[in-house]
Design a protein around this ligand. Structure first.
Ligand SMILES: Cc1ncc(COP(=O)(O)O)c(C=O)c1O
Length: 450
């Protein structure tokens, strides 16, 4: 059957008669026309739920990794200094994403800590960062006693709006930290253009973006340094773990030294008295072995996620009030750590997003609300009113920071965003149809939620 094209207006005006499912052209729909009352009634109101089965779990263990891990443990060479596996992983990961070098770290947070240090972020500096992100993206800026300066989000892309970067630059700015949130690539040409003009370093937070692509190149290879997380929920999981990638030997040598207690590395000057600033942020051998086994599946999983995400895009975008993300200019492949869309409550009789989420969860489709308005978190006030920040920044700068901490694009995004976790996208086509059916059912029965 051919899919008919409808304008948004046509969809809105024709759906009230319960025809949305047939317009959407998927295996549908007991809810619209002629289904039993039990099926028509929303699950949150006591009806049957749409999705009765389970969803793929995460992470999935690979038994073929077991022998190598046991052998490594038996040798007693558990740390990177005693074995070869972390270096082996670094080589493979650099090849996987097309970077000249990779340095494995204990976590994504320690990757970011190391990268910011090497990028020259120091006490009293400022770093421009996305507000729509996991807290670690700006905690690492505070840890350097620098000021995170939030650049408003574009609600359509869920990402830092590159047009808004320049207006937030001050003479204290030293770096930009764009976040490829949910595996959606930021418009890096625009970010790099501003960075070059103002002589700023670019550290990509690619902690949710393994193998995402911008103009055909992998995220994590597009700025000065890229940072990844391999925490348990991630597409490449090892419980904990992280990596820094880049193409500049000098920067990567300095990252290596910093993550290894300041021991000089590569071309750095060595010898007595030549120790550098540093921490212990090293990856363990067991993490590297788990990661190498998980690498065997990442291409296939990413292909499945992509195909299901594109399927959802095409179906969900036809439901009034459901707006899937839009890829940023130049982004050529997203990897969906979460699948995001925006919920416009006005199209659903003004039913609040939280109620829509509860109704969708009740239909057997797990979903959640995305990030909150973190630029107003108590953590931020706590930091900038601390005695350290008062010493580092003039009162006038902190006052200006508070006045400028108004992010209408991000506020709107936080109000409207709904997300599905990545393993949902590893489900089957009928699973995806259940998602579309469940949202359609809620739309058609929205009056019963008021
Ligand atoms: C966007 C982002 N940045 C940084 C991090 C920090 O990574 P980790 O949890 O491995 O320290 C995460 C992890 O969830 C993340 O999602």
């Amino acid at each position: 059957m051919k899919t008919r094209k409808f304008t948004r207006r046509q969809v809105i005006t024709t759906t009230s008669a319960g025809l949305l499912g047939s317009l959407l052209n998927f295996s549908f729909s007991p809810y619209s026309i002629g289904g039993s009352d039990q099926l028509k009634t929303l699950a949150i109101n006591g009806g049957d739920k749409v999705h009765k089965g389970s969803w793929p779990g995460w992470p999935e263990w690979d038994r073929s990794a077991e022998q190598g891990i046991i052998e490594m443990f038996r040798t007693g060479r558990w740390w990177r200094g005693g074995g070869e596996h972390v270096a082996e992983f670094e080589k493979k990961y650099a090849e996987l994403i097309g970077a000249r070098r990779c340095l494995a770290t204990a976590s994504g947070t320690t990757a970011l800590m190391t990268a910011l240090n090497v990028a020259g972020v120091d006490a009293g500096d400022e770093v421009l960062v996305s507000p729509y992100t996991f807290i670690a993206s700006y905690n690492v800026i505070f840890a350097h006693r620098a000021l995170p300066v939030f650049v408003d989000s574009d609600p359509a892309t869920f990402l830092m709006d590159p047009k808004k970067i320049e207006e937030r630059i001050t003479e204290r700015s030293v770096a930009i930290l764009p976040v490829h949130i949910y595996g959606l690539p930021v418009d890096m040409d625009s970010v790099n253009r501003v960075a070059k003009k103002h002589n700023l370093m670019v550290v990509e937070d690619a902690c949710q973006a393994w193998l995402a692509e911008y103009r055909g190149k992998k995220t994590g290879t597009l700025g000065d340094l890229g940072c990844f997380s391999f925490q348990n929920s991630k597409h490449l999981p090892a419980g904990e773990g992280g990596a820094i990638t880049g193409n500049d030997d000098d920067l990567l040598d300095r990252c290596n030294a910093y993550h290894n207690c300041g021991r000089p590395y590569g071309n750095m000057k060595k010898g007595p008295g030549n120790m550098y600033n540093g921490m212990n942020y090293r990856m363990q051998q067991s993490q590297a072995l788990i990661l190498m086994s998980q690498m065997n599946r990442i291409h296939k999983d990413n292909d499945t996620r992509l195909s299901n995400a594109l399927y959802l895009d095409s179906k969900l975008s036809r439901i009034p009030g459901i707006i899937p993300y839009r890829l940023a200019e130049g982004a050529t492949r997203a990897v969906y750590h979460l699948y995001p869309f925006r919920y416009i409550s006005e199209e659903f009789n003004n039913i609040p997003k939280e109620k829509f989420i509860r109704a969708l969860n009740a239909e057997g489709v797990p979903c959640s609300s995305g990030y909150g308005k973190q630029n107003h978190d108590g953590l931020i006030e706590e930091q900038i009113t601390s005695k350290g920040y008062k010493r580092l920044f003039p009162e006038s700068r902190l006052k200006q920071w508070r006045e400028e901490n108004v992010l209408p694009g991000n506020d709107r995004l936080c109000d409207e965003a709904v997300t599905f976790y990545q393993s949902i996208l590893l489900g089957s086509k009928p699973d995806m149809d259940d998602i579309v059916n469940a949202i359609t059912k809620i739309y058609e029965n929205r009056a019963s939620l008021v």
